[in-house]
Design a protein around this ligand. Structure first.
Ligand code: 5GP
Ligand code: ZN
Length: 115
């Protein structure tokens, strides 16, 4: 999708600080980090949000692939003491880019919890 920023990053049209990639996803640093480590885990396929992922025939496979990649990603950026994984869904969820992604945030002891 030409008008999607994340599709353009995945296609290499826009540069990003890539930390990990495989056949299903790319992982790069957020341009506006809220913590010392702030990654975006982005499935390569243009899926709008987690609800669309849930509805996709192979949605659970893709979700599983993200989960399975987490240990390697976490080790790579050295978040050995833990991290937070966040998905914002839709306008009320604070999603600003309509291409599914997970924020992996860490590198410090995180405060301020909603839950
Ligand atoms: P959302 O608000 O949709 O959950 O998250 C979108 C995230 O993408 C934001 O944290 C924002 O800082 C990040 N972002 C927006 N544009 C770019 C970009 O061009 N490059 C990178 N690396 N991150 C971006
Ligand atoms: Zn996209």
């Amino acid at each position: 999708m030409q008008d999607c920023i994340f599709c353009r990053i995945i296609a290499g049209d826009i540069s990003a600080d890539l930390v990990y990639q495989n056949e299903n996803m790319v992982v790069f640093r957020d341009i506006n980090p809220v913590a010392p480590v702030h990654l975006l885990v982005v499935p390569r396929r243009h899926i709008k949000d987690i609800l669309e992922l849930a509805a996709a025939e192979d949605g659970l496979d893709l979700m599983g692939a993200v989960l399975r990649a987490l240990p390697e990603i976490a080790a790579k950026v050295g978040v050995t003491q833990g991290f937070r994984l966040i998905n914002n869904c839709g306008p009320d969820g604070g999603q600003t880019i309509p291409h599914i992604h997970f924020h992996l945030i860490g590198g410090q002891k995180l405060g301020e919890k909603l839950l």
